[in-house]
Design a protein around this ligand. Sequence first.
Ligand code: DCP
Ligand code: MG
Ligand code: MN
Length: 375
Amino acid sequence: RAGTKVGHRENPNARTIEVLQHMCDYYSRTNDTWRPIAYRKVISLLKRQRTKITTAAQAIRLPGVGTRLADKIEEIVATDRLQRLENASKDPADEALQLFLKIYGVGTAQAARWVAQGYRTLDDLRAKARLSASQRVGIDHFDDLNTRIPRWEVEALASVVRAAAAQVDPNMGLIVGGSYRRGAESSGDIDFILTKPGTSSAGELFPLLRALTQALEAQGFLVATLAATRHRHAGDGGGGGGGKWHGCCVLPLSVASRYRKSTNVNANVTDGDNTTATTESRPPIWRRIDFLVVPETELGAALIYFTGNDIFNRSMRLLASRKGMRLNQRGLYRDVLRGPGRAKVTDGELVEGRDERRIFDILGVQWREPHERWC
Ligand code: DCP
Ligand code: MG
Ligand code: MN
């Protein structure tokens, strides 16, 4: 979650931000809806402060900061920690819950069920729980899949996928979205939009996605499938649907050494020689990889959705609905007919789907570059 932006290093509130980020991550993992938003907001406010906020009285003057958050900020500065955070990690059941929530595809309900059944460790789950195939992958590769991907490696992974795509169809377009497009130094996974000029329905692209994943499996790049959906439903609220593919991949060593050298990041190989023996003997890290199939007519809306972040998306959608429109990953619609309880009756008329900038324009929002969309 905590994609580090470029810049913002010697911030006087760095320690406060760090502790608040842990608390934010904790609430995100418990699927708390509002607290992560409040925390992220105060974190981005603190990142912009030039002076250190040390007291609750100072903190409460920041817009959107209430008394409880202000007290927490004072507590962090005074004690260098947060009691609430320490409490959360002292309870073994809660610790197990936090652990299980980091397994791919495991939500609060599933994690809580395992805790209630008495399981506390990944080994407990392995030995006693009934696991789906993708949960088993998530557990067997737990450490890998919870290791962030440095930016140079996202680029290296993308080069492998692009080379395969060119073989399948030279007109296939691939865009890396997600935190990478927002400029993050590291990402939780790699998110691809797969598109092609002249397409107007996702269905036209399904064969391309299948051919691409098959080619990448055959060359040993894709090592596991976690979820694949073909169909999208009309009433899709935005989160799900759409020809998508979730899985795992590994970077070939030859590509790794090329990228690592040319970008000169990841400096754990220090002898300056060729790739060292230690690197050779280390098995490649399993990485999470997502594909989303998008026809050209929906590319703008899909780019907004798949670039995020999730909080930014939520505020854009809220704004659209306040203006009597509806924004989802396929387009911006107007004259959406709503029944009792604001339940949607019809999709309404498509206003714009193709052009990312035009969607901002029509909503009356000033254009924001991807790196300005952290919330
Ligand atoms: N998304 C969303 N709401 C969600 C999940 C995702 O709007 N509940 C959108 C915004 C995300 C994008 O999809 O930016 C990609 O989802 P990821 O989970 O891959 O998130 P990021 O790429 O932003 O971060 P990370 O570095 O953790 O992958
Ligand atoms: Mg991502
Ligand atoms: Mn993703």
